[in-house]
Ligand binder design. Structure first.
Ligand code: CP
Length: 343
């Protein structure tokens, strides 16, 4: 449904105001779900990033709202804690005028023994259009995608993928560097347990970046070279001449056993200090997906320093999630052939 010009907040030239369903010429993604970066090609990644540029413009308006998803219902289903992802999906949904609700699993019937599949089947009985989900088990969104009529958006599954985080990271890098191809990106931290790492490596390699992965040998995933990243245990080698330095936190909640001797030693060997940052290019940007552990993977002088774009990443998350919601809204799960074909 298009709006009369008089109803629109300020200029609406650049931002999409109609859903792809209403405009057959509008772009959409090849799959009706976003389960991971794996499965997206360079053209689709570029489409999401370009669409996010238009969405960012909406966030700069006095009235930050367009009617794009009016009449659509989005459920946010988070089985793990989240500050940034859940909040920015909620803001993105509201800016697109979707009806949105967030299920707090701690107060839902999951605590009474209901299975994930039963929970989602019951939610689907109320006809949502999209479900944004975070779950501790790798593959949980894919399981739901097989049985749900709604579009499933993965907001982080176990140690597998966190696609919207990698997309907002790419958006932030592109905003500063103008490109992704050919950049040296050093990712330092707990790589083994990180879904952010996995999604970032796949995205950055797809877009032609040179990815260096650095951490203690115990926290470097086996088979990393298959993803096309170079690995090193030397933080100096990883950071030398880097365009981008991305830090990842130590994920104690996913560790069983001892992977590092102590947090003090980890900081001494891998912590990002101003001295280490000086090895990178003069125009380096320092990134962190959050939550940050100051004094463990990053020194406060770096986190709050001139090269840090950490809060910019958070701001860009809203525009990128608006872009994803918009591009997936073109699929109508009740009629599409893809539903039958299981895409
Ligand atoms: N980056 C990220 O996923 O943060 P949250 O866990 O706060 O959502």
């Amino acid at each position: 449904m298009s709006t009369r010009a008089a109803d629109r907040p300020e200029s609406a030239e650049r931002a999409p105001e109609r859903t792809p369903n209403q405009d057959p010429a509008a772009p959409r993604l090849k799959s009706r779900h976003l389960l991971g970066i794996a499965g997206l090609d360079a053209e689709e990644i570029t489409l999401i990033l370009d669409t996010a540029e238009a969405m960012k413009e909406i966030g700069g308006r006095a009235i930050k709202k367009v009617p794009t998803l009016r009449g659509r219902t989005v459920v946010n289903l988070f089985f793990e804690p989240s500050t940034r992802t859940r909040t920015s999906f909620e803001i993105a949904e509201k800016r697109l005028s979707a009806d949105t609700l967030s299920i707090a699993t701690a107060t839902s019937s999951v605590t009474k023994g209901e299975t994930l599949v039963d929970t989602v089947r019951n939610l689907e009985a109320m006809s949502p259009d999209m479900i944004v989900m975070r779950h501790a088990s790798s593959g949980a969104p894919e399981l739901l995608a097989r049985i749900c009529r709604s579009a499933i958006i993965n907001a982080g599954d176990g140690m597998h993928e966190h696609p919207t985080q990698a997309l907002l990271d790419a958006f932030t890098i592109r905003a500063h560097k103008g490109r992704l191809a050919g950049l040296k990106v050093a990712i330092v931290g707990d790589l083994l347990h990180s879904r952010v790492f996995r999604s970032n490596v796949i995205l950055l390699k797809t877009m032609g970046a040179d990815v260096w992965a650095c951490g203690p040998a115990t926290l470097i995933p086996p088979g990393l070279e298959r993803l096309g990243a170079r690995s090193t245990t030397s933080v100096d080698e990883a950071v030398e001449g880097a365009d981008v330095v991305m830090l990842l936190r130590i994920q104690h909640e996913r560790m069983q056993g001892h992977y590092i001797p102590s947090l003090r030693e980890y900081f001494a060997l891998f912590g990002m200090t101003p001295e280490r940052v000086r090895r990178a290019r003069e125009d380096v940007i320092v990134m962190h997906p959050g939550p940050m552990n100051r004094g463990v993977e990053i020194d406060s002088a770096v986190a709050d320093g001139p090269f840090s774009v950490i809060l910019e990443q958070v701001s860009n998350g809203v525009a990128v999630r608006m872009a994803v919601l918009y591009l997936l809204s073109g699929w109508d799960g009740r009629n599409d052939e893809a539903l039958v074909e299981g895409r």
